[in-house]
Design a protein around this ligand. Structure first.
Ligand SMILES: Cc1cc2nc3c(=O)[nH]c(=O)nc-3n(C[C@H](O)[C@H](O)[C@H](O)COP(=O)(O)OP(=O)(O)OC[C@H]3O[C@@H](n4cnc5c(N)ncnc54)[C@H](O)[C@@H]3O)c2cc1C
Length: 471
């Protein structure tokens, strides 16, 4: 299909879509919790009620059942990226194996093992608390739409195999047997290390688990200020104060009360579409029996997957940074990006030309120059923060929370000794250089994709310093 006809289909297919997050647009959504008011004193305050904050509460209370834990969430639990994502729950803690290998070659085996243990830990927790979040270990398929992408998949496969991972490189026919698109020239199938989840159900399940363990969760209760208070901290909300021994800040892409996090972490908006459910004929036309999570192998990539009721979630490609780390609901709806990625959908699956989109949304990913989470402390080390998982935080946020607890409670262990934990990535420069740098990098990545993956002088310079921009 030509891009002109795909674009025409895109506008029509988006016409009746609602601006809403499919996952949380559900009658299963639990009621909003009360607002924090008055003065209270607890052991641990967690700022932010996404995956990181909820995992921090669950793990803290499993470690120490007597602990008094409060979560302060600015809106509803899961309001942020945690219920807006693609639901790819990967073992990798390093935004993919190759990113980890390039930054921490000496620790890659440990990082991979900890990542696999983390994914197992997620599955075990879901079973322990009876959380039905449609968790399925489907594996992942990287699809190449051009020969240079397939060559890179071939080259990268050797590293995976050396690390003991299973990877099958497929030719065009092989990949089309799994998922049928005329655009594929080949692909790589990794059967292990990726589960798909319904992210909102995971948020709601973790919220219920944290409450069942004794956590007190407040909604519509942003932490607006943090101050040293005797031997602990005072965390201020619009209607009250929570005194505590220690706190963890888990606001990821959002500007929470700890301003210096923005030196290392920038918000990047990613956009997603959801189709209506496919009929059995439409399903038959694309195959996809294994229901793998799919991502394309270009630098600017789409990710896509099936839902329980056979819709296709289609997202990615056009990650957007807004000046001065701006985070705002107005960035969530981008008609231009939604139309562009809808056009790509019809180029990939021309056999689904009658399909329409029911939901469109966007949300902020937090990225660092190494694309992996980073940790820090403030307020005389009484507050620990973690942020910056880039586009792979569904699984890694449990590990991020685990390490934040280690640091907060003064534990020294294999996790806290990791270079990824001890050393911060290079900071982003201040504005306006920050915006300019992101714009030049984005343009260079687009040029690389259009030029058989060749990296220009700018990207080579960033590679030399081990930094970059990704979603
Ligand atoms: C569109 C999109 C697609 C993605 N797809 C994937 C994917 O398929 N797989 C994957 O692994 N990752 C994906 N990600 C990334 C992943 O969703 C995040 O890394 C992860 O959810 C981060 O969780 P979090 O709890 O750290 O942050 P968030 O979920 O953003 O939670 C932060 C919370 O802090 C709250 N908050 C903000 N300020 C305050 C304050 N002052 N006081 C109290 N609370 C505050 C916010 O309301 C929010 O609920 C995607 C992200 C987006 C946006």
């Amino acid at each position: 299909m030509t891009s002109t006809s795909a674009n025409a289909l895109a506008s029509e297919a988006l016409k009746n879509s609602s601006r809403a997050v499919f996952w949380s647009d559900s009658p299963d959504a639990p009621p909003t919790l009360p607002t924090q008011t008055g003065a209270q004193a607890v052991d641990l305050v967690i700022i932010g009620g996404g995956f990181t904050g909820l995992w921090a509460a669950v793990q803290a209370l499993e470690d120490n059942p007597g602990l008094d834990v409060v979560i302060l969430e600015a809106k509803d639990c899961g309001y942020g990226a945690s219920s807006r994502n693609g639901g790819f729950c990967e073992a990798s803690l390093t935004h993919g194996f190759h990113n980890g290998l390039s930054h921490w070659p000496d620790e890659i085996d440990t990082l991979q093992r900890l990542g696999n243990e983390n994914l197992d830990g997620i599955e075990e927790t879901l079973a322990r608390y009876n959380i039905s979040a449609d968790f399925q270990r489907t594996g992942e398929l990287s699809v190449a739409t051009e020969q240079w992408q397939l060559d890179e998949l071939h080259e990268g496969a050797a590293d995976y195999r050396a690390a003991g991972e299973t990877i099958d490189i497929l030719d065009a026919e092989g990949v089309k047997k799994l998922v049928n698109s005329p655009t594929y020239v080949g692909g790589a199938h990794r059967p292990d290390g990726t589960a798909l989840v319904n992210p909102a159900q995971l948020v709601w399940g973790l919220r219920a688990a944290a409450e069942s363990l004794g956590a007190k969760i407040y909604n519509n209760s942003p932490a607006v200020d943090v101050q040293i208070d005797g031997s602990g901290l005072a965390i201020f909300t619009p209607h009250g104060t929570v005194h505590c021994d220690r706190a963890i800040s888990a606001t990821n892409a959002y500007p929470g009360p700890i301003k210096r996090i923005s030196n290392w972490v920038i918000p990047v908006y990613d956009h997603v579409l959801m189709t209506e459910p496919l009929s059995s004929e439409q399903m038959a036309s694309i195959g996809w029996q294994g229901r793998q999570g799919v991502g394309d192998a270009a630098n600017q990539f789409h990710y896509y997957r099936l839902t329980q009721d056979n819709r296709i979630l289609w997202g990615g490609y056009d990650a957007t940074y807004h000046f001065n780390n701006s985070v705002s609901e107005r960035h969530e709806d981008s008609p231009e990006t939604h139309r562009k990625i809808a056009g790509h959908f019809f180029e990939t699956f021309p056999q689904l030309e009658d399909l329409t989109f029911t939901h469109r949304w966007g949300g902020p990913i937090a990225t660092t120059t190494k694309f992996t989470a980073t940790w820090g402390t403030s307020h005389e080390k009484r507050l620990t923060w973690v942020a910056g998982y880039t586009g792979l935080g569904v699984g890694a946020s449990r590990f991020g929370a685990r390490v934040a607890l280690d640091l907060s409670f003064g534990e020294q262990n294999e996790r806290t000794e990791l270079a990824m934990v001890r050393k911060k990535p290079l900071p982003f420069p201040p504005e306006p250089i920050r915006s300019l740098g992101v714009a030049i990098t984005k343009r260079s990545i687009q040029a690389s994709d259009a030029n058989n993956g060749a990296r220009n002088a700018w990207l080579k310079l960033l590679d030399r310093f081990g930094v970059g921009f990704d979603s």
